[in-house]
Unconditional design. Structure first.
Length: 177
């Protein structure tokens, strides 16, 4: 009986070994393919992550360009590429009327040309109350077009004691072409 068991055990063990060798032999190619698939998946994930970062940089660059375009448009309004003085003088006249100033006279002088920026001196004379003068000056200084008061002289009007006469020189800037 021992021999019979030993023989059966040997056969069973032999069958188990053959089955194990067969299973390992059958699975080994799948294990290699699985390992290759893992490597390929890691490479693919790395590529996707790299391209995602590049796309994010492109998005950031586009947002920066949009911001710069807005700033450039504001710059073109502040210091236009040529004098464009007509629209500015119309706006100046409108501000003077809305502020309550009268007797407005405007006399542009010859432009002063610099290397990259030029200015057009404009002599302006207006009459009105102090509050109206103050509002006029504030509104001119806050225009999108760069115009700065370079000289301001205030004196009392002869006829009315509460009105002032303002004589000023302002510089309106532009880029010479």
């Amino acid at each position: 009986m021992k021999r019979l068991l030993r023989g059966k055990t040997g056969v069973v063990l032999g069958c188990a070994v053959v089955a194990l060798v067969f299973t390992l032999g059958a699975l080994r190619p799948d294990a290699g393919a699985a390992a290759q698939m893992h490597r390929d998946a890691r490479t693919f994930c790395d590529t996707v992550n790299e391209r995602t970062q590049r796309l994010q940089k492109v998005g950031d660059t586009r947002r920066e360009l949009t911001t710069l375009d807005g700033e450039l448009a504001a710059f073109d309004a502040a210091i236009p590429p040529d004098q464009q003085i007509g629209a500015f003088l119309e706006k100046l006249d409108q501000i003077a009327r809305e502020s309550g100033l009268s007797d407005k006279s405007v006399k542009p002088a010859d432009p002063v040309i610099g290397a990259q920026v030029a200015c057009l001196p404009i002599d302006v004379n207006v009459t009105g109350r102090f509050a109206a003068m103050y509002e006029f000056l504030q509104r001119v200084e806050s225009l999108p077009r760069v115009a700065r008061i370079q000289r301001l002289e205030l004196s009392g009007a002869d006829e009315a004691g509460d009105e002032l006469v303002a004589s000023m020189t302002m510089h309106v800037y532009f880029r010479p072409s």
